[in-house]
Ligand binder design. Structure first.
Ligand SMILES: *[C@@H]1O[C@H](CO)[C@@H](O)[C@H](O)[C@H]1NC(C)=O
Ligand SMILES: *[C@@H]1O[C@H](CO)[C@@H](O)[C@H](O)[C@H]1NC(C)=O
Length: 354
């Protein structure tokens, strides 16, 4: 076993060097296109927000309280903030998304991300149903306990608003987010979901090889989702080694929503929202296995995070201006973005806050 890890670490080391060099060479590639940083200046969602943010607050599992370990990233300023619950992808860790979490928190959101996979001492591969149940258990634990965690971290006047609770996830975790919103958890979800964001969701290796519980039905408009939904895919997720294969990924999830918006970040791959510097060997391995653009990952995170913030501002703050601007003119985004939508949720669920 030890040898396996040494071998893996060596491979990862080489990949990391190749990877970081490729990133340097590619800087010019994306800056040549029309989607220059300056274009997006009037849309504040694509830039870092006004709030100072904490580092990752790591909360360890402690029996059933909390039932799993998770991380929190919060704005530091006093206030009442909506919550983004985020479920990581296959064999990744919640900590590999810290830059994305900080970006979103800087726009006034408390991000909570459970850890549902353990690499050491031996990788544990829970069934997908088990992962969904465990995510539900963490979500259910939060209303009575998140405030205290914030208090213990010198954030006594930062308050989570459980009337504005968005559930999201990446890859396998994106499917988990859909499963939770569709009531497919065996652990009954007691926290109320008010919005759903699927980030390059993946339901399995192919339509015939999907993880259970099955979420996709292969009938358009079949999802009964009472909350606003957006699906954000990547353009390279389905190429060569498909990390997000056709027919089990973002397009199919969107097709099955009755009302939703759909974004595709065309020039980027399935894993390119992860942190620039990954510490976890498995996360690095997963990340180099998928097709990459080698464009700046910061641009990917600003685009993805910006769309997420614009979407949540629409429904949680009654502020849909930037969201509609992006839908009308996707070239306002920092990199090429495809958009479409169907149905209309209106602005009814306005949990406006001070
Ligand atoms: C990959 O997905 C995009 C849409 O996201 C589609 O336009 C393209 O044709 C797909 N590529 C392949 C190889 O299927
Ligand atoms: C599978 O994906 C391809 C390419 O995206 C598409 O043309 C086809 O209609 C899809 N099949 C099903 C059953 O959805």
């Amino acid at each position: 076993m030890a040898n396996l890890w040494v071998a893996l670490l060596l491979i990862v080391g080489v990949f990391t060097i190749v990877h970081s060099q490729a990133h340097q060479y590619s800087q010019t590639f994306l800056e040549e296109n029309n989607y220059h940083d300056s274009i997006s200046e009037d849309l504040t969602v694509f830039n870092k927000g006004k709030n100072q943010v904490t580092n990752l607050i790591k909360v360890p599992k402690k029996g059933s309280s909390p039932p799993e370990s998770f991380v929190v990233v919060s704005p530091k300023e006093d206030g009442v903030y909506p919550i983004l619950f985020f479920i990581h992808g296959t064999m990744l860790t919640n900590e590999a998304y810290s830059e994305l979490f900080k970006f979103i928190a800087s726009h006034g959101f408390i991000v909570v991300a459970p850890k549902l996979f353990r690499a050491f001492p031996l990788p544990s591969l829970p069934s997908h149903q088990d992962e969904i149940n465990r995510a539900a258990a963490v979500a259910n634990w939060l209303p009575s306990n998140l405030q205290k965690i914030l208090q213990n971290n010198k954030l006594a006047n930062v308050q989570p608003n459980f009337n504005s609770f968005a559930i999201s996830g990446h890859s396998r975790g994106g499917k988990s987010a859909f499963a939770l919103a569709l009531g497919m958890s065996e652990t009954k979800l007691t926290v109320k979901i008010s919005a759903l964001i699927g980030i390059d969701p993946v339901a399995g290796a192919s339509p015939d090889d999907r993880t259970k519980p099955y979420v996709l039905t292969y009938h358009d408009n079949s999802f009964k989702l009472p909350v606003p939904v957006t699906v954000i895919g990547t353009g390279l997720g389905n190429s060569t080694i498909p990390c997000a294969p056709n027919n089990v990924s973002h397009q199919q999830f969107y097709n099955e929503c009755k009302k939703s918006s759909h974004f595709v970040i065309n020039k980027y791959g399935h894993m390119e929202m992860l942190d620039d510097f990954l510490l976890d060997p498995l996360a690095i391995t997963m990340s180099v296995m998928c097709k990459q653009s080698f464009g700046p990952k910061a641009t990917m995170r600003r685009t993805l995070g910006g769309v997420m913030v614009a979407f949540m501002n629409t429904y949680f703050r009654g502020d849909g201006g930037q969201y509609h601007a992006i839908m009308a003119n996707p070239s306002l985004a920092p990199t090429k973005l495809f958009v479409e939508e169907k149905g209309n949720f209106g602005f009814a669920p306005n949990h406006a806050q001070a």
